[in-house]
Design a protein around this ligand. Structure first.
Ligand code: IVH
Length: 708
């Protein structure tokens, strides 16, 4: 008989050990099938020898009979609430308040306050009592003083130990507990009472699986994971509770072990066999708390469970007694809530976005607002039907929603807040990009630009601006540009400088790092070399060389030694140029001159320049490196033709300019050398006819490297 009892005890210990490492340490040591085999053997032995069944046996999680009702339980200590903070200002005020109390009460606690921060799980508070190490009672919060006995349901959750694990001495020593503490802990686990509290939750995964199943069975679905958890706990039939695998994370130890820090309580609770959130973290000061809050505010949808904020607790337990409680909750902790997933803001404007097929999509420009952890300043309105359905008007106060990775949207207008100044949103009369006429798409609600080229042209213009030889923004190639246009973030080149990391994050292809890199790349290139700027504007007939000619002219004639230039200053200078004056620049002919002249008089272009200026773009004249005057290249003119093997075209040009030479695109008598690469074009023929000296790539490179 003793042999069987012994075997049963050993099996229970082994099963409990595997439960502990699976739930608490996130590890497995044996296959599921082996675990099942252990459980089967235990079940069989217990069936044959029922006198050896104990209530803490892993086979005894499910009670046989449903309850009639839940018994009431008076809590040993009230289960209170927590005060809420909604922004960093609230947190600073809280810290100021508690610091003051700490100092006034002459506590002898002189050190600064540090914190332990936990994710605030959105489930149900459950208090657990263990007697001699065995789970005796599980109670809901109820009204805080009296709760309900839900032990029979709570027992069914594998995440809760039926028997406390007895920590090994060594484990406790490693954490730094004193000898006396270790003795007290082990004695209490084995022979005393231990009470602790935590949150019962339903993970998003379990919630989704259950709803899928209920739907298939034609049953009503759970509204959200929190309701799922609450409904489960209040099940009178533990069999139903058991099928809804709930999780339990512990957050406070009620039994007093005279620890110094709250974080030590977690270390012990883990050794007892409880799941502790791995995200919980010590924070040295309130600024570190803020960093953690910012991080999870944005990332909460990546968590496997619902979470509505941080619980920030003073780490020093001596201070808990000093600070005490007022009203509904303790002073030594604060629930620092995440930003809501639905907020209100105002509609400032509506712009129309030209899509791939020419369809115009209305985009609401919003008063920037934080929603679901990210700043939002735009939201699509889809089409005129949606505008009419919402009855949204300019100036309206609206409800904006952003949940998870979803793109923010306006879900409602708060009609009662109207003051009569709101303006109806009108159908577009002409295309915002090319000003062509618009037409209503037959049988649809959409409006479309009648110019087939409009969307494509705009995309090309935008990608031209970011391309290598213009502003050179890494990570902003045509595909990404198109995505940004389609999402409504970009209309013209000035909009690039308004992009925020949070605008990019919901988009395909973007993660935290790539979004950050792109925004950084834009910021780092806000000061633009004048020739790149002129080239980037995409003026007809103005390629790199012409852009360089204009820039050189401005540099040499207009600026003197100044090397930074604001866009309005540049505009003023360039607007003083007549067509004839442009033609005075070597290599600029009549057609090119007129094109430049017209571009800087087109109101649409001027508006873009004004916006670029407003968004912080500045110009720089690249005269940092004094141009060489004694090199082979100094004061000579060059034309390049054919493809170079060792250098890219733009590097070759840059090198010539750096060494004091000029680069032109036209072969004329004024040219000193034509540099000829592979498969040269007609320029080579022309050079030979005019008797201009020819340089092979090899010789050209020799001149560069020897600078002679
Ligand atoms: S400590 C005085 N820590 O939030 C109450 N509560 O809004 C002490 N909650 O009823 C609770 N995560 O159910 C604490 N890490 C955490 C928590 C947490 C979630 C819940 C708890 C409490 C409610 C208060």
């Amino acid at each position: 008989m003793d042999r069987i009892k012994n075997r049963i005890e050993k099996l229970k210990d082994e099963i409990n050990h595997h439960r502990y490492i699976y739930h608490v340490q996130d590890r497995i040591e044996i296959a599921d099938s082996v675990f099942d085999a252990l459980k089967n053997e235990l079940e069989k032995l217990e069936k044959e020898n029922p006198e050896f069944i104990t209530s803490d046996s892993p086979t005894q999680r499910i009670a046989e009979k449903p309850l009639d009702k839940f018994e009431k339980i008076i809590h040993s200590k009230p289960m209170m609430s927590i005060f809420d903070a909604f922004d960093f200002k609230d947190m600073i005020e809280w810290e100021t308040r508690i610091s003051k109390i700490k100092n006034q009460k002459s506590t002898g606690l002189n050190e600064k306050i540090d914190y332990f921060c936990e994710l605030k799980l959105d489930g149900l508070a459950i208090s657990l009592k263990y007697s001699n190490g065995i789970l005796e009672q599980a109670a809901t919060r109820g009204d805080g003083k009296t709760g309900e006995n839900v032990t029979s349901n709570v027992r069914t959750f594998d995440s809760i130990p039926l028997k406390l694990r007895i920590p090994q001495k060594k484990e406790l020593e490693d954490i730094g507990f004193t000898k006396k503490q270790i003795e007290q802990i082990i004695y209490t686990v084995e022979n005393g009472e231990i009470e602790l509290r935590g949150e019962i939750i339903m993970t998003k995964k379990v919630f989704e699986e259950l709803n899928k199943k209920y739907k298939a069975e034609g049953k009503s679905v759970l509204a959200n994971p929190r309701n799922g958890a609450a409904g489960t706990i209040r099940q009178l039939n533990p069999r139903i509770a058991a099928e809804r695998k709930l999780d339990y994370y512990v957050y406070s130890l009620i039994t007093n072990f005279e620890f110094k820090k709250h974080e030590d309580e977690f270390k012990l609770l883990k050794l007892f066999g409880f799941k502790v959130l791995k995200y919980n973290k010590f924070c040295n000061n309130i600024n570190e708390v803020e960093i953690m809050h910012k991080y999870w505010d944005k990332k909460r949808d990546k968590l496997p469970f619902e979470c509505d904020g941080l619980v920030v607790k003073v780490n020093n337990l001596a201070l808990w007694n000093v600070l005490g409680s007022i009203g509904k909750g303790p002073r030594f902790m604060m629930a620092y809530k995440f930003t809501a997933e639905q907020v209100t803001t105002r509609v400032k404007n509506v712009t129309w976005q030209v899509g791939r097929t020419g369809v115009l999509t209305p985009i609401a420009v919003l008063e920037p607002v934080k929603v679901g952890g990210v700043m939002v300043s735009h939201s699509t309105l889809h089409n005129m039907d949606e505008i009419n359905r919402l009855d949204v008007r300019l100036g309206d106060t609206v409800v904006v929603e952003r949940a998870g990775d979803v793109i923010p949207k306006i879900i409602q207008v708060i009609l009662n807040l109207r003051n009569g100044q709101e303006k109806k949103i009108k159908e577009p009369k002409k295309c915002p990009v090319c000003e062509s006429a618009v037409e209503k798409v037959l049988g649809e609600v959409a409006y479309r630009c009648t110019n087939n080229n409009c969307y494509a042209t705009n995309l090309r213009k935008l990608s031209h601006w970011t391309s290598k030889n213009a502003i050179d923004i890494e990570g902003l190639g045509p595909k990404v540009v198109e995505q940004l246009v389609n999402e409504g973030f970009i209309n013209d080149i000035s909009d690039f400088y308004l992009l925020k990391i949070n605008d990019l994050l919901p988009l395909e292809r973007f993660a935290e790092k790539s979004a950050q890199n792109l925004v950084d790349a834009l910021m780092n290139k806000k000061v633009i070399q004048l020739e790149r700027f002129i080239y980037g504007l995409g003026i007809r007939h103005v390629g790199e060389e012409t852009a360089m000619l204009i820039s050189n002219r401005i540099m040499n004639y207009e600026l003197g030694i100044k090397n930074e230039l604001l866009i309005p200053e540049f505009l003023k200078m360039i607007q003083e140029y007549t067509i004839e004056k442009f033609e005075e620049i070597d290599d600029i002919g009549g057609i090119v001159a007129k094109s430049i002249y017209d571009w800087f008089r087109d109101e649409r272009n001027l508006e873009i320049l004004r916006k670029l200026d407003k968004n912080g773009v500045k110009l720089i004249i690249n005269n940092n490196k004094p141009q060489s005057t004694n090199s082979f290249f100094a004061n000579k003119s060059f034309v390049l033709t054919g493809s170079l093997i060792e250098l890219t075209r733009s590097n070759a040009k840059a090198k010539i300019k750096e060494l004091g030479g000029k680069v032109s695109s036209l072969v004329s008598k004024k040219i000193d050398y034509v540099i000829v690469g592979e498969k040269p074009g007609s320029k080579f023929e022309k050079a030979k006819n005019l008797g201009i000296k020819i340089l092979s790539e090899e010789k050209f490179i020799k001149h560069i490297t020897h600078n002679t």
